[in-house]
Design a protein around this ligand. Structure first.
Ligand SMILES: [Zn+2]
Length: 639
């Protein structure tokens, strides 16, 4: 077991002492996140960490002959984003098999993508749209029908997952999945039938999603080599948005150690481009304690390094304690007495010094879990110094927040309401939705809060969609959920997305801020997060993403500066090879001009880029016509 664990990423080669920086970023508007020095315009990086931070004069002394100097062209720079609840390992293993509707703004466009993909997909393969979108983001505000899927893909199985609420299948997929009029409904799920009694292509989570993902599991999988390439491409896709870290929440069908082997191998080879802290999730209902016992005896939390490390158990500890977050269905009533095995699981973890995270959507669940923790606290086991947190907590009550604080817990919130807010309002009313989840109350009580997405199925992995939700309180369809006093400032939201994540992995002294000695993880943004109109926040991307001093994503004026690309996508018919991942689009009213400040910034950046030394040399090196004032070399920063 021990040799299945990460043994470290890249180890810097021993050599003569180096005094100059590896990388200097200048001409930047750096938001450091550090209250002691909130703003800077330049930073220097050596050996993957921030060596110096300040203005041009503060970093000038660190520039040597081998220092790469990057001009940020006056753009906004933020500490690297950290999604504290992302199913990144599973997402990576499947990424190139999926057709992503994330960011697609009309069903018409989504169907056109399916039609094109059907023509490219070989016999025996499926087309899978596996969450990350909601009908509300479409101009048509509805799901596709099975008939529409039949029309665009008459022969290729098409499986379209809508959150963890439903799936729509075409006729070919119903056949490939083996559903007939005689197939019984599984527990917690419904195979919808037409008048003729035949399955009509709609599957419902009622409210459990097992039917949905067990159907998906019938589709062919990637071989090992392609899973590795797929993971690399998914991590690059996350880098595209300025993500530099994620905390993996594990999940069903994610076995340890088997399904972790790909990221372990990438870490060994120094080829991860995103830092991952991961959790372990018992797979079989009724046998959870067997898994947990085996793990506490063979692996240790914090094993690994800054690139890949074990952070504890969860987000499930026992299956019976999990409440499904399907707001279009009534809240599930968890079975009486789940606390017995749950208490044994928590006791085992805490006694072995393990932290854990725990999926809990509703206050009813959280109260029952807290009663177990309080019982263990009476035995002196809580708070135990190990890190533990609740995930989601959409309807957590003020009283439960007090109890969580008393037990030393934290909370990780995700923008699931961006995607399910309207379903929640329809069922429980706008007043209840207004504190779902009550992020400002959590912060007012001093609870550590981290932000994230819960991607890739119940929401998109685009962090800017989540930041937009924290700042505006609006769903992806534009519905306002929260009164102004429940919204976060842009700075506050960003803190939950940077420092917040670092805190729940015990890394707040090495990342989440930009300051000397911290990991050199940051993103140069396409638009200034602090000044763009709020409705433009979801359209922000990174033009340059740096993790540990490595340039892992570089576009626009930095195109060509990033390290070697991941191997080509395989299989070649992959939807990602054709469409990419998140579908960037113009703001909702595509016919109206981009917002004034966005356009201004774009003009200004184009102007400065023309004169950028870096860009000039990059074009020259590739035999391209230089643009802008030729031969411009900054006397201080030129190479
Ligand atoms: Zn969860």
């Amino acid at each position: 077991m021990a040799d299945s664990m990460p043994v470290g990423g890249t180890v810097p080669a021993a050599g003569p002492p180096q005094h100059s920086a590896d990388l200097v970023l200048r001409n930047a508007r750096i938001h450091t996140g550090d209250r002691a020095r909130p703003e800077a315009s330049a930073l220097a990086v050596r050996d993957g960490r921030v060596l110096a931070l300040g203005d041009e004069y503060d970093v000038a002394a660190h520039i040597g002959p081998d220092t790469r100097v990057v001009d940020a062209l006056g753009r906004r720079v933020v500490p690297g984003l950290n999604d504290s609840h992302l199913h990144v390992i599973r997402g990576g293993l499947n990424y190139v098999l999926e057709l992503r509707w994330d960011g697609v703004r009309s069903l018409r466009q989504g169907l056109a993508m399916l039609r094109e993909q059907a023509a490219r997909t070989p016999k025996g393969q499926w087309i899978r749209v596996v969450g990350g979108w909601t009908a509300e983001q479409f101009a048509e505000r509805r799901l596709p029908t099975p008939a529409e899927l039949n029309a665009v893909a008459p022969d290729t199985p098409v499986f379209v997952l809508h959150l963890y609420q439903s799936a729509v299948l075409n006729r070919a997929a119903v056949r490939a999945a083996g559903f007939t009029r005689d197939t019984p409904d599984p527990r917690g799920g419904q195979i919808v039938r037409g008048r003729d009694g035949e399955p009509n292509g709609v599957l419902l989570a009622a409210p459990g999603a097992l039917l949905l993902y067990s159907t998906l599991a019938k589709a062919p999988r990637l071989d090992e080599a392609d899973r590795k390439t797929s993971t690399q491409h998914f991590l690059r896709e996350l880098n595209r948005f300025g993500l530099t870290s994620a905390v993996d929440a594990a999940g069903g069908f994610q076995n340890f150690p088997d399904n972790y082997a790909t990221v372990v191998e990438l870490a060994r080879e120094g080829r991860l481009t995103l830092r991952i802290a991961y959790h372990l999730f018992p797979q079989t209902a009724g046998q959870e304690l067997d898994d947990l016992r085996r793990w506490v005896e063979t692996v240790r939390p914090d094993e690994g390094d800054e690139w890949l490390r074990l952070n504890g158990a969860g987000e499930n500890l026992t299956w019976a304690a999990a409440d499904f977050e399907n707001f279009s269905e009534p809240r599930p009533e968890l079975e009486a007495g789940y606390e017995g095995r749950f208490e044994q699981a928590v006791r085992l973890l805490v006694e072995h010094g393990w932290g854990f995270r725990l999926h809990a959507t509703y206050d009813e669940t959280i109260r029952r879990d807290l009663a177990v923790f309080e019982k263990l606290a009476a035995d002196g086991l809580f708070p135990a110094g190990n890190r533990w947190l609740f995930d989601h907590a959409e309807t957590v009550s003020p009283h439960s927040l007090e109890r969580i604080a008393a037990l030393g817990g934290a909370i990780s919130v995700q923008n699931r309401m961006s995607f399910q807010g309207s379903a929640f309002v329809d069922r429980y009313g706008a007043e209840a939705a207004a504190r779902t989840p009550p992020v400002t109350e959590m912060l007012a009580r001093g609870l550590p809060v981290a932000a994230g997405t819960d991607a890739t199925r119940v929401s998109s992995y685009n962090p800017w969609v989540a930041l937009h939700w924290l700042v505006t309180g609006r769903t992806v369809g534009g519905r306002a959920l929260y009164p102004p006093q429940r919204l976060l400032s842009r700075e506050g939201a960003l803190e939950l997305y940077t420092r917040g994540g670092a805190r729940i992995t015990g890394e707040e002294e090495v990342k989440g801020l930009l300051k000397e000695g911290f990991l050199a993880d940051f993103a140069v943004l396409s638009h200034d997060y602090f000044t763009v109109p709020a409705e433009d926040i979801p359209h922000i991307e990174a033009v340059l993403t740096v993790v540990g001093g490595r340039l892992v994503h570089a576009v626009a004026e930095h195109e060509g500066l990033d390290e070697a690309a991941a191997p080509p996508i395989s299989p070649a018919w992959s939807p990602v090879a054709r469409f990419g991942g998140y579908q960037a689009s113009l703001p909702p009213s595509a016919s109206s001009p981009p917002s004034a400040s966005g356009a201004r910034q774009a003009d200004r950046v184009a102007e400065v880029a023309a004169g950028s030394d870096e860009q000039y040399r990059w074009r020259l090196a590739r035999g391209l016509e230089p643009v802008g004032p030729a031969g411009f070399v900054d006397p201080c920063f030129g190479g």
